[in-house]
Write a protein that binds this ligand. Structure first.
Ligand SMILES: Nc1ncnc2c1ncn2[C@@H]1O[C@H](COP(=O)(O)OP(=O)(O)OP(=O)(O)O)[C@@H](O)[C@H]1O
Length: 257
């Protein structure tokens, strides 16, 4: 990747389910350091596009590059290793595991998980585990869940699960983070916290792409904003322009206001 090349380049991505075109030749680019917003009415294809970006679905056609590396169709683990982290619309932590352990298990390829590494390099394994514990504690503190670190994750509220999901993603040190509806089902106080955490991380250089229906959140955080309707990208640009556009209002409300 050259310094001027966008971090994420999505080129004519399509995804068909049987005869249904859920994503219709979507192309856009996202610069390193941006917080992109992806909006559109229910069923527009946003989550399907996210699943293609994150390697959970193989696109029917098109290409995706992250940091200059081709990632389309390479599978979730390869995409994760290329530096993409994601959260889910409905986070599902391991319910009986402690909040801290849920963050500890997020990083992949830990030496301790490999039998021969344990056998041959115990000091290196211990050092790796110490670093992971330190990082997990750091990110739990960052999202404000330290007081709940030893509790089972099942006791967390919906909003706290979103914060835990963010800590689980950040401990893997991603270049690009996809957030799937961070504001959904979250009370206003926790929503402010989530917005604040995303802004802080972005100021530290983390790039985001966010699916969101809460337009206040989109207006306060996102630039550029991309709009999908019926699988296609119908508009992209500055938040204040896009959110006022009659075509966008029509896509959401089915009529121009
Ligand atoms: N696995 C699947 N098999 C068949 N159709 C699917 C599948 N996943 C999604 N779809 C269809 O693709 C279309 C796009 O769905 P998608 O969930 O991507 O929309 P969305 O924009 O994320 O909606 P929402 O805002 O409600 O989450 C919908 O018509 C949906 O029914």
């Amino acid at each position: 990747m050259t310094p001027t090349e966008p971090l994420l380049v999505v080129d004519r991505i399509a995804k068909n389910f049987g005869g249904h075109q859920a994503v219709d030749n979507v192309s856009f680019q996202l610069a390193a350091g941006a917080i992109g917003g992806l909006i559109g009415p229910n069923g527009a294809g946003k989550t399907t596009l996210f699943n293609c970006l994150a390697g959970f679905l193989k696109p029917t056609s098109g290409s995706i590059t992250l940091g200059g590396q081709a990632i389309a169709g390479r599978g979730a683990y390869a995409v994760f290793q290329a530096g993409l982290g994601r959260t889910f619309q409905i986070p599902r932590p391991f319910p009986e595991m402690s909040v801290l352990d849920n963050v500890m298990v997020a990083p992949s390829g830990q030496l301790g998980e490999r039998f021969w590494a344990n056998w041959l390099q115990p000091a290196r394994v211990r050092e790796q585990e110490r670093k992971t514990l330190e990082a997990a504690r750091y990110w739990l503190d960052f999202v404000g869940l330290t007081a709940l670190a030893d509790q089972p994750a099942r006791i967390l509220s919906g909003g706290q699960r979103k914060l835990l999901d963010l800590a689980r993603v950040m401990v893997t040190q991603p270049k690009l983070v996809l957030l799937d509806e961070p504001g959904a089902g979250v009370n206003p106080a926790l929503l402010d916290q989530i917005v604040d955490k995303v802004a802080t991380l972005n100021a530290q250089g983390v790039t985001f792409l966010i699916i969101e229906h809460n337009m206040d959140l989109v207006a306060s955080l996102c630039n550029p904003v991309m709009v999908m309707a019926q699988g296609a990208l119908i508009m992209s640009g500055q938040a204040d322009t896009v959110l006022k556009d009659p075509q966008v209002i029509e896509a959401y409300l089915g009529t121009t206001a």
